[in-house]
Design a protein around this ligand. Structure first.
Ligand code: 13P
Length: 341
């Protein structure tokens, strides 16, 4: 393992004013997104949609440091035959790959999940590296509800995250470690903080046990937010203050960068929260975005599967990427949010 090189890539992924585009929806998830805009989820439509994003030159070269791809996409070519991976590289961004194989029911823990995909992972990582991937992603999912999460679910998911991260580094690929605590429940923000801290602490314990070099990874956490069904919704300042405090308690300063998931927050909330955290300042790591829905909902709607709408889709994507770039520097304003529309 060349740790200096891994660290260089991790720092480039969270470079000032840049963040990650999570375009790694599985075939099932992208079908759901396409259903919402009445587009059939064919291989060509998925290609055309992602090609539109990757050919958004301004967004890809100024605001996006890297793209997380799904297995199908990393092997796909653009309409003119250029590999999609090349389009990303030509724009100056880094290609990455989701390597987990989704979640399965966790035995003996009703309602809880464990992420699969460790079998043959070393071989798959070597193939992805040869294709150009320089970082990877593995998402663990922890739900909050009555009597959950169990310590069992936290423990097995942290163990799998660390197994994945160690295998990535051995393959000279930067692991994005993503332990996502879902915001689907009716819990308040303090319960989210309590669970997320347990999850982060266990994850870093496993990373240490398995000798993962923290300088050669990126953390992709959820923010501290109220559950979607909670009657009390924490405001922007509270989310920012509690998220920063939670991360300072749990994440070693040697981690080169933190890139948040959006997790079902509205586009503007995801931007406002990131901005407010960066305005607090004096943080040991750069805080940026690795958004899926919060970067793609607007371009998906603007595109709606029509070739004529590609410029509108690219404009919508560029606007969201620009707003989140500003937020990653604590320079976003509602004025700019509206002006550019
Ligand atoms: P969201 O921003 O839509 O949560 O997606 C990010 C991601 O990569 C989830 O694994």
């Amino acid at each position: 393992m060349n740790l200096a090189e891994l660290n260089k890539i991790a720092r480039a992924m969270t470079a000032p004013g840049k963040g990650l585009l999570a375009a790694d929806e599985s075939s099932g998830t992208i079908k759901k997104r396409f259903d919402a805009i009445s587009v059939e989820s064919t291989e060509d439509n998925r290609r055309d949609y992602r090609e539109m994003l990757f050919r958004s030159r301004e967004a890809m070269s100024s605001y996006i440091s890297g793209v997380i791809l799904y297995d199908e996409t990393i092997w796909q070519n653009a309409k003119d035959g250029t590999p999609l991976v090349r389009l990303i590289e030509e724009a100056g961004a880094i290609p990455g790959i989701k390597v987990d194989e989704g979640t399965q029911a966790l035995p003996n823990c009703p309602g809880e999940l464990v992420t699969a995909g460790l079998d043959k992972l070393a071989e798959r990582l070597a193939q992805y590296y040869a294709r150009g991937a320089r970082f990877a992603k593995w998402r663990a999912v922890i739900d909050i509800g009555a009597g959950i999460p169990s310590m069992t679910a936290i423990s097995v998911n942290a163990h799998a995250l660390a197994r994945y991260a160690a295998l990535c580094q051995a393959a000279q690929i930067v692991p994005i470690v993503e332990p996502e605590v879902l915001m689907d429940g009716d819990h308040d923000i303090d319960r989210c903080v309590e669970v997320t801290q347990r999850v982060l602490n266990k994850t870093f314990q496993e990373l240490r046990v398995q000798r993962v070099a923290l300088e050669g990874m990126i953390l992709k956490p959820n923010m501290a937010v109220s559950g979607k069904k909670s009657k009390t919704q924490a405001g922007v300042a509270e989310v920012a203050e509690k998220t920063v405090r939670m991360l300072k308690n749990c994440v070693p300063a040697s981690v080169p960068g933190i890139a948040f998931l959006s997790g079902g927050q509205s586009d503007e909330d995801a931007t406002a929260h990131l901005d407010a955290m960066n305005r607090i300042g004096s943080l040991p790591w750069p805080l940026t975005f690795s958004y899926g829905r919060a970067l793609q909902a607007a371009p998906q709607k603007a595109w709606s599967g029509k070739a004529n709408n590609v410029p509108a889709g690219q404009q919508a994507f560029t606007h969201r990427a620009h707003m989140n770039s500003l937020a990653s520097k604590g320079e976003w304003t509602t004025d700019q949010e509206q002006k550019a529309l």
